[in-house]
Write a protein that binds this ligand. Structure first.
Ligand SMILES: *Cc1c(COP(=O)(O)O)cnc(C)c1O
Length: 396
């Protein structure tokens, strides 16, 4: 008999009742150090004091009003994002998937508005993840996600990850847009690299193609800058943001340059919940905190500390781990044993991590993780490597 909850997830036998900072307490009382953060969502940890305060204050004033009215909290968050990014304008959503939908619509509408309605093809990349809507699965194109859901939305093609020559050759005067994660998350913590982003920007400029960055996972301080694209100096035309921006409250945003948003006038797009006062009040606090230079400096310092410890972990478990990858606090451990085995060993060691493609173990701790928790994480990961290594019959 089917479970009351549609069985679309492969769930671990763990449930939690409370969270504080980087720690989760399970329903059976066990405590876990959380290095997954709801997959890069709880950017300031669980139940952060400042966000609880903003959320409860706003909850007592106003939760929801329709977008047929002006929403001051929304305008405030949009102004903050515009001030602190490449963007001129912002649309709010409730999730990352919805940002993919708008990015696709905005790009196609742009060319329609410019008198080239036939320019519909959007180029994406192998290993990409942009969400689960029919549009987002067509964009990423992975066999696993699209199987049985056809006919797929036409107008997408996937390029080889890391092949700059092939990518630039594929962009023509008929291309609508290129969509890329500056650091692939689900794909295995794979940075695109500055050279790729720069080459895409140049070729997009030369052909009038729009460049879309998906920073749903790598954005909002995760890599040590407010947005990952800042490391490369390359600005997109459209950017997708979600996950960390709500600190745990469902919130997403599409950031765009004025020129790219030319087709999106009144009536072209909308959302019932998108940009509600509760989400935007929380989001504004998140952006205020994370965009502060002193906060980002701390993220980079902590990232250096964690990475150094992880390099040592790889050195002491050469049969279990192959390498550390990633940027800032978006880190991956390339594994030699199945990464899922290491995640499971982590449960026994009281540390939560997330598997990704390419046999990588993801580490996405809260951006304000205390140094003592970094040390504890390394101790618990060391234990997990030892037990998983023994179980897999490799030494270490
Ligand atoms: C998680 C994710 C999405 C989808 O976000 P949802 O909130 O799950 O809809 C899109 N792109 C990237 C890069 C993601 O990591």
């Amino acid at each position: 008999m089917i479970a009351p909850v549609l069985p679309t997830y492969n769930r671990a036998p763990l449930s939690f009742q409370t969270g504080q900072g980087c720690w989760l307490t399970a329903t059976d009382g066990r405590r876990f150090l959380d290095l997954g953060s709801g997959i890069a969502v709880n950017a300031l940890g669980h139940a952060p004091r400042e966000l609880v305060q903003v959320l409860t204050e706003q909850a007592q004033k106003l939760w929801h009003v329709s977008n047929i009215y002006t929403i001051p909290e929304q305008e405030r968050l949009a102004a903050l994002l515009v001030e602190r990014s490449f963007a001129d304008t912002v649309f709010f959503t409730n999730s990352g998937t919805e940002t993919a939908e708008l990015a696709i619509k905005m790009a196609r509408r742009f060319h329609y508005e410019k008198g080239q309605p036939e320019r519909i093809e959007i180029l994406a990349f192998e290993g990409a993840f942009h969400g689960r809507s029919t549009g987002a699965i067509a964009a990423a194109g992975s066999e696993k996600m699209v199987k049985g859901f056809g006919p797929l939305m036409p107008g997408f093609r996937q390029l080889a990850w890391g092949d700059i020559e092939a990518a630039t050759a594929a962009i023509t005067e008929q291309t609508c847009a290129v969509m890329i994660e500056p650091v692939q998350g689900e794909g295995g913590i794979r940075p695109a690299g500055d050279a790729m982003l720069k080459a895409l920007r140049e070729r997009c400029d030369a052909t009038g193609t729009l460049l879309i960055f998906d920073e749903v996972q790598c954005g909002v301080g995760r890599t040590g800058k407010l947005f990952a694209q800042e490391w490369s100096g390359v600005a997109p035309d459209i950017m997708m943001v979600a996950k960390g921006i709500g600190g745990g409250f469902p919130l997403g945003a599409v950031l765009a340059k004025e020129a790219a948003a030319v087709g999106m006038g009144a009536g072209t797009h909308g959302s019932t919940y998108g940009g509600n006062p509760l989400g935007c009040a929380v989001g504004a606090k998140v952006i205020e905190i994370i965009s502060a230079p002193a906060f980002l400096a701390e993220v980079n310092r902590k990232a250096g500390l964690f990475r150094q410890g992880l390099e040592a972990l790889v050195a002491s478990h050469p049969d279990v781990l192959e390498a550390v990858r990633g940027e800032g606090l978006m880190l991956g451990l390339k594994c030699k044993i199945p990464s899922g085995d290491l995640v499971a060993a982590g449960y026994d060691a009281g540390v939560l991590t997330v598997a990704a493609a390419d046999n990588v173990l993801r580490l996405l701790p809260a951006l304000n993780i205390p140094d003592v928790d970094i040390a504890e994480a390394l101790t618990r990961l060391d234990l997990a490597c030892s037990t998983a290594g023994k179980a897999a019959n490799v030494s270490s």
